[in-house]
Write a protein that binds this ligand. Structure first.
Ligand code: AMP
Length: 192
């Protein structure tokens, strides 16, 4: 049956430690979206020692990006065939190639990006937050060397992507500082 669909695709972007995961939880619940975090999906694959997990682990431990084709196949397997796409993407896309492929996939599903939110936080504050997370959660990639690497990777490979969404009038850049509810409110206020 060809019913009216109700697509909504939000992207949450920003450097490691900007608060994407935290904000994504509340935002997804509030707007009845499924939160899809490629980092979480990869960590699940690593802990279950799937073929993908085995391929991805070394890149993740080094603070590097997992190759685009692996990421895109993983996201495609999750979204393909849906007739109503209501998702909040956390940590994807991270390269221009991924952004283009996401646009193609969404077009196939009759959907498109609703909005891209980029949270901005100073490097010193990001490092402080990541080191705190490392003592609380023990994530293997939250150590001083890897944090620096992930910041560089963000600056070189992901930050340029903001222009991709700016040019398409989808980008909202917001300060990621302040309390968690303050940031959440800022996000809610810019969304359509
Ligand atoms: P995150 O939890 O989003 O910080 O991701 C943790 C790690 O997973 C990253 O440092 C990358 O190695 C990998 N990763 C997560 N999402 C992506 C993506 N969209 N593209 C490439 N690598 C990713």
């Amino acid at each position: 049956m060809a019913g009216a669909n109700n697509h909504e695709v939000l992207l949450l972007m920003g450097p490691p430690g900007a608060g994407k995961g935290t904000q994504a939880e509340t935002l997804a619940a509030d707007r009845e979206l499924q939160k899809l975090s490629t980092g979480d999906m990869l960590r699940d694959n690593v802990s279950q020692q799937t073929e993908l997990g085995l391929q991805a682990q070394a890149f993740m431990d080094a603070g590097e990006l997992v190759p685009d084709d692996l990421i895109i196949a993983m996201v495609r397997a999750e979204l393909a065939g849906r007739d109503n796409v209501r998702v909040l993407l956390d940590g994807f896309p991270r390269t221009t190639v991924q952004a283009r492929q996401l646009d193609e996939l969404l077009a196939e599903l009759g959907a498109g990006i609703t909005a891209a939110i980029a949270l901005e936080v100073e490097v010193d504050e990001l490092t402080r937050r990541l080191l705190q997370r490392s003592s609380e959660e023990g994530r293997s990639d939250d150590n001083t060397d890897t944090i620096r690497k992930r910041m560089d990777v963000y600056a070189e490979q992901t930050r340029p992507l903001l222009d991709y969404y700016r040019q398409r009038d989808k980008l909202h850049t917001l300060p990621g500082t302040g309390s968690i509810p303050e940031v959440q409110l800022r996000i809610q206020q810019v969304l359509p």
